[in-house]
Design a protein around this ligand. Structure first.
Ligand SMILES: [Zn+2]
Length: 354
């Protein structure tokens, strides 16, 4: 994706370097000198994000504060940005950013296992800011080998956890429907597990990305019957042993059901957040398929997924870096949201740098 994508903005963060926390150091906060305020992005009204000064958050017992390098911009943040009648504006400073990484800069009471200056990834709630706090259990240390690598561990954890529920075995055929950031990661994980991967997507650019992530075959998602025919000709039967739906919409769910073989597994990794769906229960039932909603709600499982993701990236088993197609400064979060809404050619995932 190096040639096709547009890097909108880039910043370096060497200035954020903090003194490493020595063992037994009495200090509980870094010398970086936060003056009680920070910069944070605020969703002030639908489609309006402004940069504001906000109080520096203080870590409570069992929490730590992180000087953020950046945060991923998550598809689930689109409804708050676009506007829904049930949201109240303005949002809290930094909300709803939750895919941050950076350096530990203050420790709340009772926190062990982390030192000031440690580079970490965190699952928090207000990460569109210079600083955010998180429970220690939702913070994962990053190895020094990844010192220069952006690491939005939360969305990587979603992929790791969803993939764990796919139960992919070597030699199986896996159909991935929808190649966004999540679908591309799942493609890489399935290929890495020794499966033959067929990627299905509307966007030619995304199919190219899927190939680079290890897909063996790609199918344009243009017409329902053409997709079924093409995939079935590739699998040589009614469907595949594993089908992953990674869009979160009705049509891909329909395709996924049709393409799951008898006694196969249909894994729903997409986020279906905009209302009920219809399913062809007669078909699902006749084929006796296992249907898995591959989402997690337990923070401990999230944290385990984050650790698994960091391990996978550090060991080279997973390289998400080509998928971070757009890197913008925090004050352009509004543009990042617009990119996510429009999904222009070349877009897979935006990061904003604090
Ligand atoms: Zn997310």
């Amino acid at each position: 994706m190096t040639d096709a994508h547009a890097v909108v903005g880039e910043r370096t963060h060497d200035d954020a370097a903090l003194a490493p926390g020595g063992a037994g150091a009495p200090a509980r906060r870094a010398q970086a000198g936060p003056s009680g305020v920070m910069r944070a992005a605020v969703i002030a009204a639908p489609r309006q994000v402004r940069l504001a000064e906000a109080p520096l958050p203080e870590p409570g017992p069992g929490q730590l504060r992180v000087r953020l390098e950046g945060s991923g911009v998550c598809g689930s943040n689109l409804p708050p940005w676009e506007g829904r009648s049930w949201f109240e504006y303005p949002f809290a400073p930094g909300a709803p950013g939750h895919e941050g990484w950076g350096h530990v800069d203050a420790l709340g009471g009772g926190v062990t296992g982390f030192a000031l200056g440690d580079r970490v990834a965190l699952l928090s709630e207000r990460a569109y800011a210079e600083y955010d706090v998180a429970d220690a259990g939702s913070v994962v240390a990053l190895p020094s080998a990844l010192a220069r690598t952006p690491l939005p561990a939360e969305p990587l954890a979603c992929a790791m956890n969803a993939f764990a529920r796919c139960d992919v075995r070597p030699g199986q055929t896996v159909v991935v429907i929808g190649i966004g950031f999540l679908g591309a990661l799942l493609t890489a994980l399935a290929a890495g597990a020794g499966a033959r991967v067929i990627a299905v997507s509307r966007r030619a650019f995304a199919l190219d990305a899927a190939r680079r992530m290890g897909a063996d075959e790609t199918v344009a998602m243009d017409d329902h019957w053409r997709v079924l025919e093409r995939v079935r000709s590739l699998v040589g039967g009614e469907g595949a042993e594993r089908v992953i739906e990674a869009v979160g919409a009705q049509w891909p769910l329909d395709l996924a059901g049709e393409l799951t073989a008898v006694r196969g597994r249909l894994v729903i990794a997409g986020y279906h957040q905009d209302g009920p769906r219809q399913v062809n229960m007669q078909l699902w039932n006749w084929r006796g398929i296992d249907v898995v909603n591959a989402h997690e709600r337990d923070p401990a499982v999230y944290a385990a997924g984050m650790r698994a993701a960091v391990d996978a990236v550090a060991s080279g088993r997973l390289d998400p870096s080509p998928l971070y197609t757009h890197v913008l400064p925090l004050d352009r979060l509004n543009d990042a949201m617009r990119l996510m809404e429009e999904r222009p050619d070349g877009f897979l995932k935006a990061l904003v740098m604090a």
